[in-house]
Design a protein around this ligand. Structure first.
Ligand code: NAP
Length: 306
């Protein structure tokens, strides 16, 4: 039996573990893959306080080491649900059950998939959600990035250094990405903007890999076929909360409805990070959630054990 189980080893979960260990809680992190969350795919992080620039994987590595050095235990397991047994929370995983007095759900969000023909079928065969992982496969080639947010622009900027040409395909004329990123991309001679266009079809070649992306102008209906072997999608995230619908209140988009105190509404359970309904999803706000949730969990466990 642990004092605290943290589900998800991203920035929120790792920060929660650091705070929980410093408060003396026995702490287990259950992580489905590797710790670090989305930031491990960020080429460079330049907006984390007091760190001018750091590679995403390096920041994640330091984050994890800090939690482990304080005594947080980390196990790789896919959590399938939480069952309440009085004050005890039974956390079901594919590798068996774990018990704790308190739980922090910090499972973040996953990539939204392209919903045009070929989008899902060619995932991993030219359709990618990770420019920093897969960009090098398209060195000297033409690629497309779909989306108009920060991720799309970071991806486009990185790919512009590797690829011959980068098409940014976005459904509106305005971008939601930060001005600084948009201006940087506009300054690149090999980045071309296609707005307002949406993907109509990703087509395969005879080897079953991406050959081209057909895009449609949402105002005129005009279609263009881009001969690109790489299609990078950056069209937002979907929260990983579905397994916890019995202990969370979810909004229509699947985000957990919880305030800045991260309280889930179920005693002894908190929700932290990108999976929580909030105005700004950033490393710093995920870390903040982790600290808030762990501090509240420590108070809760101490009251139970008194
Ligand atoms: P995002 O900000 O939600 O942007 C998603 C983009 O995809 C939007 O431009 C959206 O268009 C478009 N989109 C959504 N659904 C679509 C669909 N079905 N078809 C075509 N386009 C679609 O997602 P994100 O860029 O991944 O960023 C997620 C969060 O992480 C944000 O809070 C972001 O600020 C943060 N982030 C921060 C940094 C940084 O600070 N360095 C880096 C990366 C991410 P509309 O604009 O029309 O809705």
């Amino acid at each position: 039996m642990y004092d605290l189980i943290i589900i998800g080893g991203g920035p929120a979960g790792l920060t929660a573990a650091t705070y929980a260990r410093r408060a003396g809680l026995s702490t287990l992190i259950l992580e489905i893959t590797v710790c670090g969350g989305q930031v491990i795919n960020s080429q460079n992080v330049e907006n984390f306080p007091a760190i001018a620039q750091i590679e995403g994987w390096r920041l994640a590595d330091q984050w994890q080491k800090q939690a482990q050095a304080l005594g947080a235990e980390i196990r790789t397991a896919a959590v399938t649900g939480i069952e309440l047994r009085g004050d005890v929370k039974l956390v079901h995983t594919a590798k068996g059950d774990f018990e704790a007095l308190a739980v922090i759900i910090a499972t973040g969000a996953g990539h939204r998939k392209l919903d045009c023909p070929g989008g899902a079928e060619l995932s991993g065969r030219g359709v990618s959600t990770c420019a920093s992982c897969d960009g090098a496969f398209f060195r000297g080639r033409k690629v497309a990035v779909v989306g108009g947010g920060n991720t799309a622009f970071e991806d486009a900027l990185y790919l512009s250094t590797v690829c011959e040409r980068v098409y940014v395909v976005h459904r509106r004329r305005e971008f939601r990405a930060e001005r600084r990123l948009v201006e940087a991309a506009e300054g690149k001679t090999n980045v071309e903007f296609l707005t307002p266009y949406v993907p109509a079809e990703v087509a395969a070649n005879e080897l079953g890999r991406v050959a081209s992306l057909r895009v449609r102008n949402v105002e005129t209906g005009e279609e263009i076929t881009l001969d690109t072997p790489g299609v990078f999608t950056a069209i937002g995230m979907i929260p990983n909360n579905a397994a916890f619908a019995n202990v969370l209140t979810l909004d229509e988009a699947g985000y957990a409805v919880a305030g800045e105190d991260c309280e889930s509404g179920t005693p002894g359970i908190w929700v932290a990070g990108d999976g929580r309904k909030k105005a700004l999803r950033q490393l710093v706000t995920a870390a903040s959630d982790g600290a808030v949730a762990a501090t509240a969990a420590a108070r809760y466990v101490n009251l139970l054990c008194r």
